[in-house]
Design a protein around this ligand. Structure first.
Ligand code: BDR
Ligand code: CA
Length: 310
């Protein structure tokens, strides 16, 4: 049986690869893709999402709904350095786009779908958590009606990727992340840099892609991302952050998780957006998150390549 999901994206090179994986897997009934301000502006993230569905030639089947055009309380903070000015590494600059976003506002559509299909929907969030936070503020009852929320964000043991302590999605809208973490969502899974940094796409993987137009898109869109990753980490590859969140929704066995209490810093000069995991239960708070601690990188990369080749 296909799983009902909604994706929330700030498309972004790796969000786009996540969408490709989600669609190509054919394991999901995708009830909508909501967009959010993040790596690029809301309008650019929305346009990029339209482009990816056109690339897949499924532009009529899945609705794209625009969401928040800024974080709850802060200014936007774009990540052009990694994703390029256009957000897709310049890969689809000349594409003629006919797909248009649907009417409606992301937070409202998230609420509407969850109420329409109680206990059935998995939300997979791969951008700042602004849209979900707005939905929870407006309709707190969705907490007990959503089946599961999987989000790419945070880092629990290592350093950040935007500040020394903080991962990008948490840093951009820490107030939204706090709201989500404290909402009481029974199944909330954090896919952080601890595991996504191990899910490395390498040149040899791109060579395994069979569809020439998809292979050329992946190669082009990740070219600058590869370079930035090498400059920063000395590794010839790039982390499939967002696709791993999709991978977890496809197959939980590729990660190991444990439940802990996790919170996010919102009032610090140096550490805003830092996710703090209480591994030793010092705060004596009820665990609120399934934290991904390990990943079978090979199994995930196989799943990624196989599905893109399907
Ligand atoms: C996250 O930040 C964004 O730049 C990526 O799209 C991903 O969602 C990784 O920290
Ligand atoms: Ca993203």
């Amino acid at each position: 049986m296909t799983k009902k999901v909604m994706l929330d994206v700030d498309t972004g090179v790796d969000d786009a690869l996540g969408i490709l994986l989600a669609v190509k897997s054919r394991q999901f009934d995708i009830l909508g893709i909501t967009t959010v301000n993040g790596n690029v502006s809301l309008d650019t993230a929305t346009l990029n999402t339209c482009k990816i569905l056109e690339l897949l030639k499924i532009d009529d089947e899945i609705s794209i709904i625009k969401g928040a055009n800024k974080p709850l309380k802060r200014q936007s903070f774009f990540e052009h350095r990694i994703h390029g000015q256009d957000g897709l590494g310049g890969a689809l600059l000349d594409m003629k786009v006919t797909k248009k976003p649907a009417t409606g506002f992301a937070a409202d559509v998230i609420i509407e779908k969850i109420l329409q299909y109680p206990d059935e929907i998995t939300l997979i969030m791969t951008g700042p958590l602004t849209n979900l936070a707005l939905a929870l503020e407006k309709s707190p009852e969705i907490v007990h009606k959503v089946k599961e929320v999987i989000f790419m964000g945070g880092v629990l043991k290592g350093g950040g990727n935007v500040t020394p302590t903080s991962e990008y999605n948490m840093y951009v809208d820490p107030e939204a992340a706090k709201l989500v973490l404290h909402a009481g969502i029974p199944e909330l899974t954090l896919v952080g840099l601890d595991v996504t940094r191990l899910a490395l796409l390498m040149k040899k993987h791109i060579q395994q892609l069979k569809d020439p137009s998809l292979a050329s898109y992946v190669k082009k869109s990740t070219a600058d991302y590869f370079e930035r990753y090498y400059e920063r980490n000395g590794v010839e590859g790039c982390a499939l952050h967002d696709p791993l969140a999709i991978g977890v929704a496809l197959d939980k066995k590729i990660v190991t998780t444990e439940r802990y209490f996790v919170d996010v810093e919102t009032r610090s000069e140096l550490c805003d957006g830092q996710t703090v995991c209480d591994f030793q239960h010092r705060l004596e708070k009820k665990p609120n998150v399934n934290v991904c601690l390990e990943v079978d990188s090979e199994a995930f990369l196989n799943l990624f390549i196989e599905n893109l080749n399907s």
